[in-house]
Ligand binder design. Structure first.
Ligand SMILES: NC(=O)c1ccc[n+]([C@@H]2O[C@H](COP(=O)([O-])OP(=O)(O)OC[C@H]3O[C@@H](n4cnc5c(N)ncnc54)[C@H](O)[C@@H]3O)[C@@H](O)[C@H]2O)c1
Length: 272
């Protein structure tokens, strides 16, 4: 029986969790194409999950699949959306920060009847923010706390000369707009991008980032106010079982989106 053909752009942690869910039939799809800047990672993924998948360029991948999952890095998002549009294929974007700087990508996709899927990622409460936005929101704030090692290598800390080594108390390392947060911490705060896309946008969504030596988990706390009332949503993320640097919830949110897309695909095409 034919199923939705998925292509994975980026063969790291999230890709691996998707392959696991496909193997266990939690996602009714098959992974048929892989691409990664580091080909050995694509080969390892293919071997680990015994995938019947080709490894090639982004363009080859887009031409061979029904659905693309970008789970690589924010900088590659415009290229991936462009390839999705050229081949008329829907696309899940995990590196949501990559969409924030390029809102025209949504218009491009829409004009070409391509759906861009944005996951809730490592936060909860996006459903409430979206619904509340129907009547407008007055304010939305995200406070993210991470263990200092989770912020290692962030360009912002390097540029500002902020050293988190030996920190003994929580330290607010950033306070500003979601747009600036995503620029400052491109690999760490995709949730700020998802939240601002669902609500007030990148310039009116406020972000506070705390390095907390007393925690081992990533915590995201959303506060929002508007005519609807007030919303508080707190997520304490366990690390992914296969990658301690990544939140398990991010992978789970990717899996649930791909599974939904696969079911829609089956309903639309009569194939499963
Ligand atoms: N939306 C969210 O809440 C959320 C949460 C966690 C991670 N993410 C994002 O999802 C993406 C993947 O996360 P991960 O934990 O799987 O990362 P990972 O580091 O485990 O894997 C990323 C893979 O992408 C590959 N890659 C890097 N640049 C590439 C390029 N230009 N073209 C093709 N492949 C490239 C790397 O070699 C690596 O194999 C990251 O951008 C991460 O920031 C989003």
């Amino acid at each position: 029986m034919a199923t939705m053909r998925v292509g994975l752009v980026g063969c790291g942690n999230i890709a691996s969790d998707i392959c696991l869910a496909v193997r266990d039939r939690d996602i009714p799809a098959e992974v048929v194409a892989l691409t990664d800047i580091d080909v050995s990672r694509a080969e390892a993924l293919r071997n680990d999950y015994k995938l019947n998948a080709c490894i090639g360029t982004l363009d080859e991948l887009a031409g061979a699949v029904d659905y693309i999952v970008e789970c690589a890095v924010a900088a590659v998002v415009p290229e991936v959306v462009d390839a999705a549009v050229r081949h008329g294929v829907d696309c899940l974007v995990m590196s949501v920060g990559g969409l924030l700087e390029r809102p025209e990508l949504f218009d491009l996709a829409r004009r070409n009847n391509v759906n861009l899927w944005v996951p809730s990622g490592a936060i909860c409460g996006i459903d409430g923010i979206r619904a509340a936005m129907h009547a407008g929101l007055d304010e939305v704030t995200l406070t993210t706390s991470k263990p200092p090692k989770g912020l290692k290598d962030a360009p912002y800390l390097r540029d500002k000369g902020i050293d988190l080594e030996g920190l003994t108390e929580p330290l607010v390392v950033f306070e500003g707009t979601a747009r600036d947060a995503v620029r400052a911490f491109p690999a760490n705060i995709n949730v700020a991008a998802s939240l601002s896309l669902a609500g007030l946008g990148p310039d009116r969504t406020r972000v506070r980032l705390v390095a907390d030596p007393g925690t081992t988990v990533n915590t995201h706390e959303i506060h929002a106010k508007g005519p609807f009332g007030e919303l508080t949503a707190i997520m304490r993320n366990c690390p992914s079982p296969r990658n301690p640097k990544s939140s398990y919830m991010a992978s789970l949110s990717a899996c649930v989106e791909v599974a939904s897309a696969a079911r829609l695909f089956a309903a639309r095409t009569g194939r499963e």
